[in-house]
Design a protein around this ligand. Structure first.
Ligand code: ZN
Ligand code: ZN
Length: 349
């Protein structure tokens, strides 16, 4: 008889309509969440050489104000530029291109160079959530913008060399690939069932609890059934809100608390500042949002310890993504990870 804890199988992601191969029999070796001695990960509260710290100069010559909470500025090396450029339609279907324009901004979460979301208080994360909401509302209403992508790259392993807590917003004149896939799946599900795909999914996840990491009145965080990355998680709003800009006061508090919970658990898993890429998926700018259900994805690269990372190579580049540790087992490890950050534990008498 088929046993998902033993037998190789594939799982379906209803948001992207792609499959992931799960090979649980390969994790017969015991759990090795070992703590490895890494060089101390200490940073000063202010770094005179950091282009994000208050009062410092950026590469483009601009000077940061002495900000005290969040701070937003136009990316000095933007991947997208404002201003629409006209181009004739592609003549050859094998060589298609089209201009893309947009707006790229950076949001500093805090003036403190040495903090991360995991080490910020819930009350300090809340202004960041407010900033995301304001930026989403403004950019969604900007003519020519089709999608607002908020994302954070955390840690050198994810290609982020500056530890100052910050994220980016890329607002583009096109709906990007991942969002287009989820847009179609969610719209079709809503048309067929009259409920959002993630409302139905979340209801079942909360009932089972198997993959749930934490939940409050407004948000839940779980390891999705179809997760690809070992400790991948998804943050889902409990009410079917379509975008960050639609979150009310209570939902913003709930989101701040769930972000604090999941990032703290991540750091405590291997007692390091856990690297990840995080971002929201929300309704495209020009769409009424029917069927859209706000959620965030955390994609962390680490596998078994602070230094063993997962690579998507070989079979995964050529065939399909694959994982060994099951989503259920990853969720259990995150659920059991302490809710108090290890650095704060260490500093207690
Ligand atoms: Zn800094
Ligand atoms: Zn998504």
């Amino acid at each position: 008889m088929f046993d998902p804890k033993e037998n190789p199988h594939r799982r379906f992601n209803p948001l992207t309509r792609e499959w992931v191969l799960v090979s649980p029999h390969r994790t017969k070796r015991p759990w090795q969440g070992q703590v490895e001695e890494l060089p101390p990960d200490e940073h000063p509260a202010f770094d005179p050489g950091c282009y994000l710290c208050p009062g410092n100069s950026r590469a483009g010559g601009a000077e940061n104000p002495e900000y005290t909470s969040t701070f937003v500025f136009q990316n000095d090396f933007a991947a997208l530029l404002p201003g629409r450029v006209e181009s004739p339609p592609a003549a050859d279907p094998l060589f298609q291109s089209e201009p893309v324009n947009g707006i790229c901004r950076v949001i500093c979460f805090s003036p403190r160079h040495d903090l991360t979301m995991a080490e910020m208080a819930v009350a300090e994360i809340r202004p960041v959530v407010d900033c995301w909401a304001e930026q989403s509302a403004e950019l969604n209403a900007t003519p020519g913008i089709a999608y607002v992508q908020i994302f954070e790259n955390r840690g050198e392993m994810m290609g982020c060399s500056n530890p100052h807590p910050h994220c980016q917003i890329w607002a583009s004149s096109v709906v990007p690939n991942e969002v287009a896939k989820e847009d179609q799946s969610q719209r079709e599900y809503f048309e067929a069932h009259g409920r959002t795909l993630l409302s139905d999914y979340l209801e079942k996840e909360i009932a089972s609890g198997e993959r749930l990491v934490d939940v409050n009145d407004e948000f839940a965080v779980l390891v999705p059934y179809w997760a690809v990355w070992p400790f991948e998680t998804m943050i889902v709003s409990r009410r079917p809100v379509a975008g960050v800009d639609a979150l009310d006061d209570a939902a913003r508090d709930g989101l701040s608390a769930i972000l604090k919970s999941v990032t703290t658990r991540y750091d405590n898993l291997f007692r390091i500042s856990f690297p990840y890429s995080f971002g929201f998926h929300q309704r495209p700018a020009q769409c009424p949002g029917e069927g859209w259900h706000l959620h965030g994805h955390f994609y962390p690269p680490l596998l078994r310890s602070a230094t063993v990372r997962k690579f998507l190579v070989g079979y995964e580049m050529l065939a399909m993504p694959q994982r060994d540790i099951t989503a259920e087992s990853a969720a259990a490890h995150l659920r059991e990870a302490p809710e108090i950050h290890y650095r704060h534990l260490r500093s207690q008498p």
